[in-house]
Design a protein around this ligand. Structure first.
Ligand SMILES: Cc1ncc(COP(=O)(O)O)c(C=O)c1O
Length: 398
């Protein structure tokens, strides 16, 4: 892929990074699994490491979970910190990005009339969290509309700028939006808000492993990201980074023994729980590193750009982001041909038909009164799987 022109990337799928990569995962080879983005998928060898950790814990529960916990987590955090561009003391492990968003929003002390800004591309669980905070605190939720198809980063920045006021306390913005797959211009948004003294919480649920990260360098007040999606760690691995000047005010969703003893201590102990997913993150980073992390990101991105272009031509629908791929990572969301909507009662029925009849696992999304499909691209995916989707949708829509 290095050296390929934008046109070549759009017209040709990338070369695989190795033979039979799917065999490294437990995924069912009979299914075209185009939904890595939903819950990720963990390589067999990493799951074996997790089993080994569980055995160690069961053999010596108190030694591992109590006496050695902080040292073991410090080791895991050192590797994660290097990968995400953050000092280990400035982030804590959480179970998922939803938990990271909740920890921040539920720690804030808001007054009635304060405003919390998000966009309409926000992940619905996080929208619900903001709605809950609105209900509890009297703060007001503002949802900025961002179009789809989206023309470019400046359009998004302008939409957010238009939603800010002197009552805005926090802007929640996705790094990579869940349903629309759009990469948001987070640095520009952080700068815009910083100029007005407004804190930004970045929901980077999809970002680690999909795009190169320099979390501390971005300068947001808060950044949460999943490690069980594109880093392929076991489920239940995510982090919440907090800028040092905001750390004293942020607490995990479960308050426990180490309240006010510092971010690391508080997040390292959130009550008795299974910490093995966290301990396995360095192994998942290393597993993907065997292909070269830059190669992984380049391959997955090239597949997404090609899939967007191929499917939009096949279905005669517009691409939802610029065709040069500049606003895509490893996923692409496309509008479905109008015929689908005429033939199916709801998106779930259509999704089930794709799965049951065509063995394709892919999310169908209703957004802005249209039906969309989001394809994910991971190293185990092959171009033929997207072509299969292209044909299946044509067959079901006519
Ligand atoms: C932007 C965004 N935020 C939050 C989440 C939730 O992730 P989790 O279920 O791991 O908390 C997702 C999941 O797809 C997402 O895309």
């Amino acid at each position: 892929m290095p050296g390929r022109t934008i046109l070549e990337t759009a017209l040709n799928p990338p070369e695989p990074l190795g033979p039979d990569l799917l065999s490294h995962w437990l995924l069912d080879p009979d299914i075209a699994f185009l939904n890595h983005g939903c819950f990720g998928a963990t390589p067999r060898t990493v799951l074996e490491v997790q089993i080994a950790w569980r055995r160690r814990i069961e053999r010596r529960p108190v030694e591992v979970l109590d006496r050695r916990r902080d040292a073991l987590l410090a080791e895991a955090k050192a590797a994660v910190g290097e990968f995400i561009g953050a000092a280990a003391v400035d982030f804590g492990f959480v179970t998922n990005a939803t938990g990271g968003v909740n920890a921040v929003l539920r720690s804030l002390r808001l007054d009635a009339g304060d405003e919390l800004v998000m966009t309409d591309h926000v992940y619905n669980a996080c929208r619900q969290t903001i709605r809950f905070i609105e209900r509890e605190s009297g703060a007001k939720a503002i949802e900025a509309e961002v179009p789809l198809p989206v023309e470019g980063p400046d359009e998004i920045v302008a939409c957010i700028a238009g939603a800010l006021s002197d009552r805005t306390r926090l802007v929640l913005v996705d790094h990579i939006a869940s349903s629309t797959a759009v990469i948001f211009p987070v640095r520009q948004i952080i700068d815009l808000c910083g100029d007005r003294g407004i804190d930004v919480l970045i929901d980077g649920a999809h970002a680690p492993g999909m795009v190169e990260l320099d979390v501390a360098g971005l300068g947001a007040a808060y950044y949460t990201g999943n490690l069980h999606k594109w880093v392929c760690a076991p489920k239940g691995a995510a982090f919440l980074w907090v800028r040092p000047d905001r750390q004293a005010g942020i607490h995990p969703n479960t308050i426990s023994h180490f309240l006010d003893e510092g971010l690391s201590s508080e997040f390292n102990w959130q009550g008795t729980r299974d910490i093995t997913a966290w301990l396995c993150v360095p192994d998942s980073i290393d597993f993907m590193r065997q292909f070269g992390w830059n190669n992984v990101r380049r391959h997955n991105h090239a597949m997404a750009v090609w899939a967007q272009s191929m499917l939009s031509r096949r279905w005669a629908v517009p691409a939802s982001t610029p065709s040069d791929g500049s606003m895509l990572g490893s996923m692409a969301t496309l509008p479905l041909p109008a015929g689908v909507r005429h033939r199916f009662a709801d998106p779930d029925t259509f999704q089930s038909r794709l799965y049951d009849q065509h063995r394709i696992e892919v999310p169908i999304i209703e957004f802005k009164e249209r039906w969309w499909v989001r394809v994910s691209c991971q190293v185990y995916n092959e171009p033929g799987q997207y072509e299969r989707l292209g044909e299946a949708v044509m067959e079901l829509s006519t």
